[in-house]
Design a protein around this ligand. Structure first.
Ligand SMILES: Nc1ncnc2c1ncn2[C@@H]1O[C@H](COP(=O)(O)OP(=O)(O)O)[C@@H](O)[C@H]1O
Ligand SMILES: [Mg+2]
Length: 487
């Protein structure tokens, strides 16, 4: 599923959300180091009616740029993906090159050293094909799509460094990214990779960086956000767009989801020479991204790497019937109490519900981490990191960020609130994302769904039908039965 439809689903879910009235005088130990205010444990739960189509002070909305930055911050290595790379060549008769080693690329020794210094031993799946294409002479345009963490940014960083002529003291490569933070992240990769290639210099065209009008940059590579890059090309004339020979557009899906960025990108693009090499990268590829890509990248080679399918095959699925909201908490405690579980993730509809639940679980003596939308991306990354390191055993979260977490190590997923769509029907994709795994690990997992109304029972049936998998009822007060089922 695309990140966009994911975001919509999340927005909508939270339109009729439960919220908890917080007593801000009480403080609960912060879960990412500092102390911050959390809810009163015995807070009143009130049903709050939402206006204005979904975005509320409680609702966690997913911002694609933030999500992307989060992935970057928590990523330690390449994502596993064993799918075949699909390649569509502009000229199908020309030979298709792919490389298994960085040596085969005949890089400058300074760059090869930089690559190895980053701990890269061999090209990633997508790099095997993308690198020879980007380095080929004469230059070829490329559109590449693969999920976050597959090595796209590292690939074009290497291509840019390899492309420029360090003897020429003007900007030759231009790269745009959707946000300030993402531009900085890309810049760091280029800087790291170029450690042993000091003749090549990098400039950041981001807000806050100012120079006198008319001063030409000497840096061969410029990375920035569309607005500032456009200003530097037109208004301030720091860059001569006619001298750009490689143009890179990263995170195209996030770019066009950001107000104004699509048009600014076009305006930059229009000033570039016709024979400038155009490269575009995206994690997802729905129609809108395609339309954009086709306009920006003429006669492209196209590379696609599909995300590995998640499956429910290795998951045992259960549901617990609870009379009302409060019983769900008791069921959860029973459940957790009788299991020897490595780690658990608990999903709630709203950040207030998540905060309330986290506070209550903490009160019960559990080590709980809370992840929700009001945290900065950096704070969220820190929480995820702590959870991954096993510093907390339970993670309570709304839908926000849940995809950034490698659930392979999580043996229990609890849907404290079931995932529903705009019409209150089961949101099957979200369900799969929460509990599904890529299946190759063979590690068993358990999913427990809290059912608190006829409507939510109905949702369980919809999910069963959709995936053609039985979801079994359990009685969390029956310890013996529980032990049998979870063994
Ligand atoms: N060939 C490689 N070998 C090992 N690690 C790599 C390789 N290429 C990239 N990485 C690492 O994998 C992670 C994801 O790479 P990145 O280029 O940011 O992917 P993407 O742009 O597709 O999200 C980063 O931590 C990066 O340092
Ligand atoms: Mg990237």
């Amino acid at each position: 599923m695309s990140q966009n439809s994911w975001a919509q689903a999340v927005d909508v879910q939270e339109t009729t959300a439960l919220s908890v009235q917080l007593d801000s005088s009480k403080k609960v130990q912060g879960l990412y180091g500092g102390r911050y205010t959390r809810g009163d444990v015995n807070a009143n739960i009130v049903l709050e009616k939402k206006e204005n189509g979904g975005r509320t002070k409680d609702g966690d909305s997913v911002d694609p740029a933030e999500q992307s930055l989060l992935y970057k911050l928590i990523r330690r290595s390449l994502v596993r993906n064993r799918n075949q790379v699909e390649v569509l060549q502009r000229d199908p008769t020309s030979p298709l090159y792919s490389v298994k080693t960085f040596e085969e690329l005949r890089l400058k020794p300074e760059l090869l050293k930089g690559v190895y210094n980053m701990g890269f031993n061999r090209p990633s799946r997508i790099q095997e094909n993308a690198l020879p294409m980007m380095l080929a002479q004469p230059p070829q345009n490329l559109i590449a799509q693969a999920q976050s963490g597959t090595g796209k940014t590292a690939a074009f960083s290497l291509a840019m460094l390899s492309h420029v002529d360090p003897a020429n003291k003007w900007t030759q490569c231009l790269c745009i990214a959707p946000t300030y933070e993402l531009a900085l992240q890309i810049g760091h990769v280029i800087e790291q990779m170029g450690t042993f290639y000091p003749d090549v210099q990098l400039a950041y065209a981001i807000r806050g960086n100012r120079m006198e009008r008319g001063i030409k940059l000497q840096q061969q590579i410029v990375i920035g956000t569309p607005g500032t890059v456009l200003d530097w090309c037109t208004k301030f004339k720091h860059i001569d767009p006619k001298k750009i020979t490689m143009f890179v557009l990263d995170e195209a899906d996030v770019m066009i989801a950001t107000q104004g960025h699509r048009d600014q990108s076009f305006r930059i693009h229009r000033q570039l020479p016709k024979d400038c090499q155009m490269l575009l990268f995206s994690a997802t590829f729905e129609d809108s991204v395609w339309k954009f890509a086709e306009k920006v990248v003429p006669d492209p080679n196209i590379i696609k790497l599909n995300r590995e399918e998640e499956t429910l095959d290795t998951i045992k699925q259960f549901y617990v019937v609870c009379k009302q909201e409060e019983d769900k908490f008791i069921a959860l405690c029973n459940l957790y109490g009788c299991l020897t579980i490595a780690q658990a993730m608990i999903f709630c509809h709203t950040r207030r519900m998540a905060a309330w639940l986290a506070a209550n679980l903490t009160q019960e003596g559990h080590q709980v981490a809370l992840l929700s939308g009001e945290m900065t991306v950096e704070q969220r990354a820190a929480v995820i990191e702590r959870f991954r390191d096993g510093k907390e055993k339970v993670l309570v979260t709304t839908n926000v960020c849940s995809r950034g977490i490698d659930v392979e190590q999580v043996s229990l997923v609890v849907n404290f609130d079931l995932p529903v769509d705009i019409n209150g029907n089961a949101h099957n994709e979200t369900y799969l994302h929460r509990i599904g795994r890529t299946g190759r690990f063979g590690r068993k997992g358990f999913a427990v769904n809290m059912v608190d109304s006829e409507h939510s029972m109905d949702i369980i049936h919809q999910i069963e039908m959709h995936f053609n998998r039985k979801i079994i009822e359990i009685d969390t007060s029956n310890l013996e039965e529980m032990e049998k089922l979870f063994s």
